[in-house]
Write a protein that binds this ligand. Structure first.
Ligand code: 5GP
Ligand code: ZN
Length: 111
């Protein structure tokens, strides 16, 4: 499958890893929009939030369960979680991902 984040998950494209286990990967965004900007992705390919189903939603819950731990690894306690769903909303990589943004001057209209 021609999916950038699947290639990162497979290790075919390098990334700066923050956290990894058998279900999810967190890595630094290549083009940070804040002092801290990481992406959390399920290893299972889910294209976008519209593709979350009864069958795959457990990994989405798991991501949110792990976010506090990931935030600690990032060294932050206050942060914003963003998901863009669909091109019209600014999604450029069609593999479900949650942006974690933090740092000084986090504007209200970031991403
Ligand atoms: P979206 O716009 O789909 O919500 O977010 C995609 C994010 O992926 C963007 O913030 C972009 O900077 C990031 N990104 C795109 N290509 C790469 C890459 O090759 N490596 C990393 N680490 N981030 C990427
Ligand atoms: Zn993918």
């Amino acid at each position: 499958m021609d999916c950038l984040f699947c290639k990162i998950i497979a290790g075919d494209i390098p990334c700066t890893k923050v956290y990894e286990d058998d279900k999810i990967l967190c890595f630094k965004d290549i083009n940070p929009q804040a002092e801290v900007h990481a992406l959390v992705v399920p290893k299972l390919h889910i294209a976008c939030a519209n593709e979350i189903t009864d069958e795959n939603s457990a990994v989405v819950a798991y991501i949110f369960k792990k976010i506090p731990e990931i935030a600690k690894l990032l060294g932050v306690s206050d942060y914003r979680i963003i998901n863009n769903c669909g091109e019209g909303a600014g999604q450029t990589v069609m593999h479900l991902h949650f942006h974690i943004l933090s740092g000084a001057n986090l504007g209200e209209r970031l991403v």
